[in-house]
Design a protein around this ligand. Structure first.
Ligand SMILES: [Zn+2]
Length: 398
């Protein structure tokens, strides 16, 4: 199987065994793959296997993810997340990954590649979920890890998790976008391997969210796939996953992507409104910290994904996000705020007539409910009482 790194802007290609994140022309690069058509029957058979590489919802699809020796794969294993059907909508809960977010899908691939490259350390900038995932996989692989996070802007569950796994945490005075610029410079100058989603191997892993979902739907694609949109890694990965699934003949048609941004962090939505004529950058603010990003790195790949899938980009307010979160939490599923942007987006797109009644919709929930404890507190449900049965009776009658 021939794999190489190829620029998405020009025709340049690069050796897959060399460290590279962008083309000499400045364009983003992606993993490109030749070789024969892959048959989905292979993936079905692996669901019966007990081997960690087959149990992984990423490496089950390994021929279409990364060609490495099976015994060099760094897998927890990850994936294998559930697909819930509630009130006519499917929710694929990527918060059920080992570290509680979809990031594990890309991280298992990026860290496997880091081992192959024999790097001295790995680093990322993060709003929290990437750092937790990086820390866990670095610990497993025995590679030193450094995370760059915006000081005071990371949900407590994510920060605590990152520290517990043993990563060095640099709290950057500035926002996520400042941390992102700094980690890129640091990796270039200090020879550290960058595993943000600008790393093309992360995207290869995140494709499997879509393939596993399609497998669970017995390869009958839904009409819509709805995803929270921040740094645009998932939007990019999903577009690539759908294209490859179609080319390989796994699905007869390509579903439409709906990427949902928070109103206070909506550069991609602004671009979409003007047919992506210009690239927008902004100072981002939203309660949904996982998508609080004003200068998304995967912009160009995400534009291609929206165009290739006849997709849409929508924005929702923080109030709409939190209302949707209460609905998802109230179903007994639960998610972090950014994930709830999906359901909020569905509500808005249905109201506008863009999504029709009867269409099959899959919302991708990206992070676990415990990631952002502060967003879960419901004071109206709490009451402190004296230790008497009378106090219990009184509290239940009010
Ligand atoms: Zn190029």
């Amino acid at each position: 199987m021939s794999e190489r790194l190829g620029c998405i802007t020009c025709d340049a290609t690069y050796d897959i065994g060399k460290v590279r994140y962008t083309c000499d022309c400045g364009g983003l690069i992606e993993v490109q793959r030749g070789g024969p058509i892959l048959h989905r029957d292979t993936f079905e058979a692996r669901r019966m296997s007990r081997h960690p590489n087959d149990q992984s919802g990423v490496w089950r699809f390994r021929e279409a993810v990364l060609g490495v020796a099976p015994n060099t794969i760094v897998t927890h294993p990850e994936g294998g997340t559930r697909l819930y059907l509630r009130n006519g909508i499917y929710f694929k809960h990527e918060g059920e990954n080992p570290t509680g977010s979809f990031k594990d899908r890309g991280m298992t691939v990026a860290v496997t590649q880091a081992v192959a490259l024999r790097v001295r350390a790995i680093a990322c900038a993060s709003t929290g979920n990437t750092s937790a995932s990086l820390a866990a996989y670095a610990a497993q692989a025995g590679i030193p890890a450094v995370v760059f996070v915006p000081a005071g802007k990371v949900a407590s569950g994510k920060l605590a998790q990152t520290l517990a796994y043993g990563a060095r945490c640099l709290q950057v005075r500035g926002d996520f976008d400042a941390a992102m610029r700094l980690v890129r410079e640091a990796c270039d100058k200090l020879g550290i391997y960058l595993v943000n989603s600008i790393n093309p191997f992360r995207i290869e892993g995140q494709k499997t969210i879509i393939w596993e979902m399609l497998q669970d739907l017995q390869w009958e694609p839904p009409d819509w796939i709805v995803v929270p949109a921040g740094n645009l890694g998932n939007t990019s990965a999903f577009g690539k996953a759908l294209k490859e699934a179609f080319v390989n003949g796994w699905i007869p048609k390509i579903p439409r992507l709906a990427s949902i941004q928070a109103h206070g962090a909506n550069p991609f939505f602004r671009g979409y409104q003007e047919s992506f004529a210009t690239r927008h950058r902004m100072s981002a603010e939203t309660i949904a910290s996982a998508i609080r990003i004003g200068d998304p790195v995967s912009w160009d790949k995400a534009v291609t994904a929206i165009r290739d899938t006849h997709g849409v980009v929508e924005e929702v307010t923080d109030d709409e996000i939190m209302a949707a979160k209460r609905t998802i939490d109230g179903l007994g599923i639960g998610c972090e705020p950014a994930s709830a942007a999906t359901l909020a987006g569905v509500r808005k797109l249905r109201a506008a007539g863009a999504m029709k009644d009867g269409e099959r919709i899959v919302c991708i929930l990206t992070g676990h409910i415990l990631k952002d404890p502060e967003a879960n507190y419901r004071p109206e449900n709490v009451m402190e009482i004296d230790a008497t049965i009378g106090a219990v009776e009184k509290s239940l009658s009010s």
